[in-house]
Design a protein around this ligand. Structure first.
Ligand code: DGT
Ligand code: CA
Ligand code: CA
Ligand code: ZN
Length: 587
């Protein structure tokens, strides 16, 4: 434990004590000690190892010295664990929101049962907070603003980083003999581009050893909570993971509930009420109005709960793929009627892809040769691909001018001769220059099989100018595909400011396709934008922008976002067979 970690734990402890209502002098003592700890330049682990007297430091009394020693030696604090049994540790986050503070956090918990930021938000949105003595409408409004702020500034984790952290954890848990079922629920299962935390759901013949294995997993930095069937840990990567163990009879209902989204769940509940049913994380129950309002979770006659299919069926719905559970019309579309089993789309899958239209080779900033990229595409079952190295404006990537591009065509022809099994398209990812012109000669544009355009510079132009710039490029008659249209990098660079809708209309008008760039840092266009593109009947290409052969496998992230946008293979340009695709290119 480093000094900063010690300060963090002591701060949490002080916050919890304060919420609990501890003596203000004791809190003050904690704050003084925390100040000393954070200012201290010598590591406490060294001072403890050398047996130095910590109470010689300003503000460090006997109690604090013993906390520090315990933290250094065991990495944990027993007192914190004891306290967490009395009050939820999550209240600390509430307490830190502007406009809340320790007293109000406690009141929200005691009176409304609110433990988390999400819970507080829901209560405030329903007007419950304003009704509490000492709060009022103004304070409720302030809390909602504070929550929005908090969300924006507490970073969410990219889906690929979550994948990396979750995979070995799942493997460890699945190997336990007690675990009979295990799935990740929450936003991870819905394949959102980022996740706030990970929600694991398990069925076990015996919960205890599973919980123990979970909390003692090596990548765990600290255990936030550990009960018989519920645990929560913070991984060293900064990812929080919750584990809930449920009974096999409840598994389906719990999986629906914890997969969310919250908005989807709310719609399901409303639908249940209309049908005289009650749906919860425990199952679906036929209830009288009195039973529905009862506190007893199992009031009424149970009609479903073991599987998700059963839960949806009990509500007259077909099973809804998790990627669609965002309250974007999926419940209406899942309704089973006399005519049809709902109208949910048949979603595009990775296996539907027939080619990849965006990748780089060693000719620009890629790591593999053209032939290696071609072989990698062939081994993934594609019938076509486009080699699309950068244009000369991107000097740092060794972008290709007309002369070098012509040389590249010779190599493409040679590789094509050796690989008749797959069609290699001559392409280029051409920079959109600041004025909207293209970074390539007209004659070359005509000689290319496919022309991709991208913005790689001047992301900060005023919105009207940015829009004009991209519109001009899209209107160029040789252009086929607009790549990573917003230029955002998740958690790193905001999307460019421009009128995307106008650009999409222009794409529709000029027969230009748009890309889902599958790189998990880009995912550009994103799901909601793709919905708009689909409405405008714009062909959408799911590309990887691979700079190395293994980069081709990132397509699954593009597929996830395409599915979240309700896309079927019909809307995806590179799901067309070679003939159909070439017909589109020439048409
Ligand atoms: P995240 O973690 O922010 O990326 O998003 P989720 O969707 O994973 O949300 P999380 O982890 O807070 O909760 C997991 C699921 O549990 C959520 O999707 C729906 C369900 N859930 C949690 N809290 C509530 C609630 O207050 N009301 C309802 N209806 N469902 C909830
Ligand atoms: Ca979650
Ligand atoms: Ca969660
Ligand atoms: Zn690229």
């Amino acid at each position: 434990m480093e000094n900063a970690d010690i300060a963090r734990v002591l701060t949490e402890l002080a916050d919890l004590l304060e919420i609990q209502g501890a003596n203000p002098f004791r809190i003050r003592a904690y704050r003084n000690a925390i100040h000393t700890v954070s200012e201290q330049t010598v590591p406490f682990r060294r001072m403890v190892a050398e047996g130095q007297d910590l109470t010689a430091l300003p503000g460090i009394g006997k109690e604090m010295a013993s906390h520090i020693r315990e933290l250094v030696e065991s990495g944990d604090l027993a007192l914190l664990g004891q306290l967490a049994e009395e009050i939820p540790r999550t209240l600390v986050t509430l307490k830190r929101l502007p406009g809340v503070g320790p007293k109000k956090a406690k009141k929200l918990w005691v009176e409304l049962g609110v433990e988390t930021v999400d819970g507080l938000e829901a209560a405030a949105q329903e007007g419950e907070v304003a009704k509490l003595a000492g709060f009022g409408a103004k304070s409720q409004e302030k809390i909602l603003t504070a929550i929005a702020d908090y969300r924006e500034h507490s970073q969410r984790i990219r889906i690929d980083q979550a994948d990396e952290a979750v995979r070995p954890l799942l493997e460890m848990l699945r190997a336990l003999p007690e675990v009979t079922r295990l799935e990740v629920a929450g936003s991870y299962r819905r394949r959102k581009e980022t996740v706030g935390d990970i929600d694991l759901l398990a069925v076990a013949t015996e919960p205890e050893p599973v919980m123990t294995a979970f909390t003692s997993y090596p990548a765990v930095e600290r255990v936030e909570m550990s009960g018989p069937t519920r645990g929560s840990v913070m991984l060293r990567s900064g990812l929080e993971v919750d584990l809930r163990i449920v009974t096999p009879e409840n598994y389906g209902a719990a999986l629906v509930y914890f997969t969310g989204s919250k908005e989807h769940n709310v719609k399901l509940r409303i639908r249940a009420v209309e049908q005289g049913l009650k749906v919860s994380e425990y199952g679906v129950y036929r209830v009288t109005p009195e039973e529905r309002d009862a506190d007893d979770i199992a009031a009424g006659q149970r009609i479903a709960g073991e599987s998700e299919e059963e839960v949806y069926a009990a509500l007259g719905l077909t099973w809804v793929p998790p990627v669609l559970r965002e309250d974007r019309g999926e419940i209406e579309a899942a309704e089973i009627t006399a005519e049809a089993d709902g109208t949910l789309p048949h979603l595009v899958e990775a296996g539907d892809l027939r080619g990849d239209l965006h990748m780089h080779s060693t000719w620009s900033d890629g790591r593999n040769s053209i032939e290696e990229m071609v072989e990698a595409c062939a081994s993934r079952g594609y019938s076509y691909l486009a080699i699309t190295d950068h244009s000369k404006a991107l000097a740092m990537t060794h972008g290709l001018d007309a002369t070098r591009l012509r040389q590249q065509w010779e190599e493409i022809a040679e590789v094509q001769a050796r690989h008749p099994e797959i069609r290699i398209l001559r392409g280029q990812e051409i920079d959109i220059l600041q004025d909207g012109s293209l970074d390539q000669e007209e004659e070359i544009l005509e000689g290319l099989d496919i022309v991709l355009i991208s913005v790689h510079s001047h992301f900060e132009l005023p919105p009207a100018e940015q829009t004009r710039r991209i519109l001009r490029a899209v209107a160029h008659p040789q252009v086929n595909l607009l790549c990573h249209p917003t230029g955002r990098l998740i958690n790193r660079r905001k999307p460019m400011q421009f009128d995307l809708d106008e650009v999409l209309h222009a794409c529709a008008e000029h027969g230009v396709a748009v890309e889902v760039n599958s790189h998990p840092q880009r995912l550009d266009l994103k799901d909601t934008h793709l919905i708009r593109a689909r409405e405008l009947a714009i062909p959408i290409a799911i590309n990887t922008d691979a700079h190395i052969t293994t980069g081709l496998d990132l397509r699954r992230y593009g597929i996830d976002q395409a599915q979240r946008a309700w896309l079927g293979r019909e809307q995806v340009l590179n799901c067309r067979e070679l003939d159909g695709f070439l017909a589109w290119l020439h048409g």
